[in-house]
Ligand binder design. Structure first.
Ligand code: ZN
Length: 392
């Protein structure tokens, strides 16, 4: 099926800052077939959806979501109180909210057994609206470790290797490992390195042998150091907190990240934080330093945890990146082609022939400010119009 979208401006590549005025994007099935000036559009029969004065651009990525969490005051308790069907309904709602917010690609980095795989497959089959998903299945964690209540608990490299194979067999696209503790799990410590180096090495080796990537939750410098040394594919949070509570940024660790090609998903973005810039001070400077050192930045929010909503949270995350010292265009690149490539999604995040037909339209140009991306009027996912509030 062919369909074309016409807009006053089409931003084809956010990193290169390429855009075409009075442009048409021709989509064939789930791929972009052609993009360029309307006057030069290819002939043939196809419907043209006119988006008027709007700006059309690639759909956005959230590299770190938890569909199973409801972003309320205690998402763990509310998830545990639900039966499986209610959990799945909550996840379908979260997927819809992400999509309506312009997120056309997300990584689910931890859910109870089987649920994220099921939602991913429903979206793929077209029976549930949502972003295209890469899912981690259950997070790997030490016994009673961070997120044990939905995790795959491992003790030692043998179990670690088996757990990777188990999650991949159950349908995971990538593996999530809790390298440090986290604030949401009683009895774990974000400052502590909570899996052994041998287990971490076994996880990375087995995942790569099976053709999947590894996302490592690591908050303190000791955790980021271990994750970087093990050669994981992305470090989540990477807050570089130290036991002294101060700035634990370590250039030697950053060199390890760069040489391993490891990306960082800083999961910035707290709802309402743009009104209180102090919320970003703790980790602000580090993101810009990582970016300047050559570490790929993946835009992501940890949506589902308290004050990190699925609806509109993606813009909070982008505000966080900008408040951390990235330019607006660098932040937008982290949410489109640059970030998607670092997450392992190829030919996505730009408006070019052969690329995935994931598009959003907004009223004003987001290159002048990320707030333009709040509540996009129009969303195309895998070549299908899934949201249309453009007055006609
Ligand atoms: Zn998370």
């Amino acid at each position: 099926m062919r369909i074309a979208f016409k807009a006053a401006t089409v931003i084809t590549d956010l990193l290169a800052d390429d855009a075409v005025d009075d442009a048409i994007v021709l989509v064939e099935d789930d791929r972009i077939a052609w993009a360029g000036p309307a006057a030069a559009a290819p002939g043939g029969e196809y419907p043209v959806v006119d988006l008027g004065e709007r700006v059309l651009l690639p759909g956005l990525m959230d590299a770190h979501v938890h569909l199973a969490f409801d972003a309320g005051a205690d998402p763990v308790a509310s998830m545990l109180a639900r039966d499986e069907e209610a959990r799945l309904d909550g996840m379908r709602l979260a997927a819809r909210q992400l999509l309506d917010s312009g997120v056309t690609f997300a990584r689910d980095l931890g859910a109870p057994y089987g649920l994220s795989v099921r939602i991913r497959d429903e979206i793929r089959a077209g029976t549930t609206p949502g972003p295209r998903l890469m899912v981690a299945g259950r997070p790997l964690t030490r016994p009673n470790g961070h997120c044990w209540f939905m995790g795959n608990e491992i003790d030692g490299p043998g179990q670690a290797r088996a757990a990777v194979a188990e999650e991949v067999k159950a349908g995971a696209d990538l593996v999530k490992v809790m390298v440090t503790g986290g604030r949401m799990t009683h009895g774990t410590d974000p400052l502590r390195f909570e899996v052994s180096e041998a287990s971490l090495a076994a996880i990375v080796d087995e995942a790569h042998r099976l053709g999947v990537t590894v996302a490592a939750h690591a908050q303190s410098t000791v955790g980021v150091r271990a994750a970087a040394a093990a050669g994981v594919d992305s470090v989540e949070h990477a807050t570089f907190i130290s036991p002294e509570g101060g700035d634990g940024y370590d250039p030697a660790v950053v060199r390890d990240l760069v040489s391993a090609g490891t990306g960082v998903c800083p999961t910035l973005g707290v709802a309402g934080a743009h009104a209180h810039p102090i919320a970003f001070d703790v980790r602000g400077g580090w993101i810009a330093r990582l970016h300047a050192a050559g570490v790929p930045i993946l835009a992501g929010t940890d949506s589902g945890i308290p004050r990190h909503p699925h609806a509109g949270g993606v813009v909070d995350g982008l505000r966080g990146l900008v408040a951390s010292g990235l330019s607006v265009r660098q932040a937008l690149a982290a949410a489109t082609e640059t970030g998607m490539r670092a997450a392992g999604l190829e030919k996505a995040g730009a408006v070019k022939p052969g690329y995935l037909a994931d598009l959003i339209a907004v009223d004003t140009d987001p290159r002048s400010g990320v707030d333009a991306l709040l509540d996009p009027a129009f969303v195309v996912a895998a070549g299908r119009v899934v949201k249309d509030t453009v007055p006609r």
